[in-house]
Design a protein around this ligand. Structure first.
Ligand code: E4P
Length: 217
């Protein structure tokens, strides 16, 4: 399973790319609104750092506007994936942009039928939002399982990109279900690294080693 980071922060992308574990990045208007500077330059910088798929989202809501913005976003860098919302206009824009060879990530997916329709329109990625489904008392990962099953039984090459991830448990479940990609906020990636027993274990190893060196003198 590929790991994308869900952020608009160049610093976060730099830090994770330096570890060597990052396959791509997803942004959205809310994430980029938190950053200062021109969004096109931010996306360009992120592309140069990660050298993998970087989703940039349109803000138009009509097909013509989405296609226009999508073409403009795609012109920023060859690594850009154009993100469009799952609406009828968005699906139509996805069909046009994907027919032109632009990779499209259809976002705000909350059901398996939406994912199937996006795949039919040539989406390269579908983004089911698991955390937001959990928030309203549904089970986000159930939708992911349905989408993975549908795509496994079909000819679509669309990748399942699990989004709106809130905890390492979402990451583990996505991997176990066979999702292609998980996009994770930096804070949750940090949690994935951490285990108190690792810290305690390392401290003990180093103490024992130091003690033994002292005894040899
Ligand atoms: C996906 O690409 C979105 O940017 C993101 O995962 C949304 O997550 P949220 O529900 O935490 O805002």
């Amino acid at each position: 399973m590929k790991l994308f980071v869900d952020t608009g922060s160049v610093r976060d992308v730099e830090a994770l790319a330096a570890i060597g574990i990052l396959d791509g990045v997803t942004t959205n208007p809310s994430l980029l609104a938190k950053e200062s500077g021109d969004y096109r330059q931010i996306l360009k910088q992120i592309c140069q750092i990660v050298k993998g798929p970087v989703s940039g989202e349109v803000v138009a809501t009509d097909t013509a506007g989405m296609v226009r913005e999508g073409r403009d976003l795609a012109g920023i860098d060859p690594y850009i994936v154009v993100k469009v919302p799952f609406t009828k206009d968005g699906v139509k824009a996805c069909k046009t942009l994907s027919s032109e060879g632009t990779r499209v990530n259809v976002t705000l997916i909350f059901s398996a039928t939406q994912a199937w329709l996006a795949a039919k329109a040539g989406a390269s990625y579908v983004s089911p939002f698991v955390g937001r489904l959990d928030d309203i008392g549904a089970t986000g990962m159930t939708v992911v399982r349905e989408i993975v099953d549908i795509f496994d039984n079909s000819e679509y090459t669309t990748e399942v990109l699990v989004a709106s991830v809130r905890s390492p448990i979402h990451v583990i479940e996505a991997a176990r279900m066979g999702a292609d990609v998980v996009t994770v906020p930096p804070a949750v990636i940090e949690q994935c690294f951490k285990h108190p027993l690792t810290d305690i274990g390392l401290e003990r190893f180093l103490k024992d080693w130091e003690k033994a060196q002292g005894a040899k003198v």
